[in-house]
Design a binder for this molecule. Sequence first.
Ligand code: AMP
Length: 218
Amino acid sequence: MRMILFGPPGSGKGTQAKLLAEKFHIPHISTGDLLREAVTKKSPLGMQAKGYLDAGMLVPDDVMIGLIREVVTAGTGKDGFIMDGFPRTIPQAEALDRLFDELHIRIDGVVSLRVDHDEVIRRLTDRKVCRSCGRIFNSGQLRRDDPSKCPACGGELYQRSDDTTETARKRLEIYVKETKPIKEYYRLSGRFTQIDGMRDINDVYREIVAIFQKGRAE
Ligand code: AMP
């Protein structure tokens, strides 16, 4: 499986990408996770990116394109991948196409998760992430006896610093302005499927797998 998951922040890309990566035994390439890791490590990339992440702004294209090129050319995902959070601008989408052409990689498609904007804000401000396994939960999924622990692995849960109402709104605004136009770019190339991301996690998951299998059968 070589697939790009697309959609606003909070649309479930990360959750679905983790499920798909587990099922197909392929890496989940999340630029957000890579950047947060770099910030934690205080690497040069992290120092450069921190201000953008905190403000909910996009990290500049040249930095992001360099990062994804490094990850992909190092062989991550050579036997398949699920990409989440990249591309986020038209220049990033164009650069990714050039990179895939260069490496003779053909993607199965781009799946876009559609979610109402009110729901995006509700989900972002409600979610917690596990420091150990990276899984994402909403408040309804937490352990009753200890809501601070990951229901899957027992690790410590935390709220992302950019999941406050104010930053979530900013990220959504940027999504509409900078990222949403990519839909048209992929639609024109015939590799694009939009699905309803408002449904249950398992229903969305099954539909993505079905899209992939249908593409393979054609
Ligand atoms: P995410 O975890 O995908 O929500 O990403 C968190 C933050 O990382 C975003 O709000 C941006 O600041 C930054 N980021 C992640 N991916 C990209 C990208 N492709 N282009 C620019 N900034 C990005």
